[in-house]
Write a protein that binds this ligand. Structure first.
Ligand code: UD1
Length: 366
């Protein structure tokens, strides 16, 4: 079976790494990696290939930034040529970024089967570009690999046939456990954050990049004012996404004194910081899940989540833009009164192997 696997933006790389490892162990699966180039900076892309042990992509489409239509269009045009040349049996897409959407549409229109990893998640907020990407990708995919029960419910409601939907757990959590094991073997001093951690017994990690939080000057200012208040009692570390950095500069926002801003960090450097943080404040999808897997308190600066299991069973809570809720949650965490959470079903480090097995069974039907 010949599979093309798509990766384009930072959160995709953690998801393809364990799948590539699982495919390497199955001789009947031959795969190629296409990097769309949606993320292109060294510290948003290349560093992950190196650190997560992903082999170099077979094709790099060099799509780069631009508006949604420009980016999606560039990826589609370039990927069509690859599909014509390679004629894969199946295209495997992960997550919900523009690369996911673009490549699934191209494949489907060329009568190539599409498998979507992390299918069925819904925030029911169509102002999120990712929600549109998730809905369209799931509307046309042939195989659905699901991370949590609610994804199964959503896909059933959307009329998917039960034999196309598979609850496998989460490949990103496979990657987390794999890398954590490696991290434990590494000397603590090899991390740039070692000195910071030695000096600061307690700190919080911040990540912010959603357009709804960072593209509007009033909203971003409001969030920074809240962070300033928190920083009076807890040091903050903020590895800053390029979108957020450029908006802070445009809006004239300066970080509070007790906040350390860094460039985007590599996976291991970031893991070394957040795994021991007092709490994580974020609008990322993946970090809501990773903090649940390791039991780190997480406050999500969003009104909704497409990953409800992290709130129901994990250590995550939605605080939106409410200062009252944010401060009261921070207070509970500081007092050690936070929920400890439990690991969701199948978040056991073996999701990618399940995917490889299911694809082998599916092969006869391609
Ligand atoms: C994208 C995904 C989002 C994901 C996020 C993770 C979509 C619609 N959004 O958002 O779901 O959570 O990645 O980071 O696919 N930029 C750089 N260097 C880079 C990449 C981006 O400077 O390597 C800058 C560019 O100016 C670009 C901007 O950041 O215009 C935003 O990048 P883009 O890929 O459009 O969206 P993200 O906000 O990163």
């Amino acid at each position: 079976m010949k599979i093309i696997m798509i990766a384009g933006a930072r959160p995709n790389f953690m998801k393809i790494a364990p799948i590539a490892r699982a495919f390497d162990a199955v001789s009947a699966i031959q795969y190629q990696i296409v990097h769309t180039g949606q993320h292109y900076d060294q510290n948003m892309s290349d560093v992950f290939f190196t650190e997560l042990g992903i082999r170099q992509p077979d094709y790099h489409l060099g799509a780069g930034g631009g508006s949604h239509a420009q980016q999606t269009g560039k990826i589609m045009t370039a990927f069509e040529t690859i599909c014509e040349k390679e004629t894969p049996d199946l295209v495997l897409v992960v997550g919900d970024v523009n690369s996911t959407l673009a490549c699934s549409i191209v494949a489907k229109k060329m009568h190539i089967q599409v498998a979507h990893v992390e299918a069925g998640l819904r925030s029911f907020d169509r102002d999120m570009p990712e929600e549109i990407n998730r809905m369209v990708t799931d509307a046309i995919s042939d195989l659905f690999f699901v991370t949590e029960e609610q994804g199964m419910v959503n896909l059933e409601k959307e009329g998917k046939s039960p034999d196309s939907v598979h609850f496998v757990g989460h490949v990103m959590i496979d990657n987390l456990y794999y890398q954590l094991e490696k991290l434990h073997q590494m000397p603590k001093e090899s991390f740039a954050s070692h000195a910071y951690k030695s000096e600061h017994r307690e700190y919080a990690i911040i990540t912010l990049h959603r357009p709804s939080n960072v593209d509007n000057p009033e909203t971003l200012t409001h969030i920074f004012q809240s962070l300033e208040t928190i920083s009076n009692s807890l040091p903050l570390v903020f590895p800053i996404h390029p979108r957020t950095r450029s908006n802070m500069e445009r809006f004239g926002i300066t970080p509070p004194a007790n906040m350390t801003l860094t460039e985007p960090l590599s996976y291991m450097e970031f893991l070394n910081l957040w795994k021991d943080a007092k709490m994580v404040l974020t609008d990322s999808g993946g970090l809501q899940e990773e903090t649940t897997a390791l039991g780190v308190p997480c406050l999500t600066i969003r009104e909704n989540t497409e990953r409800p299991i992290t709130v129901e069973q994990g250590t995550n809570e939605l605080v939106g833009l409410s200062r009252e809720k944010l401060f009261s949650c921070v207070d509970s965490i500081m007092k050690g009164q936070w929920k400890t959470g439990q690991k969701p079903r199948f978040w056991d480090g073996h999701a990618a192997e399940r995917i490889a097995q299911i694809l082998m069974k599916h092969q006869g039907r391609i």
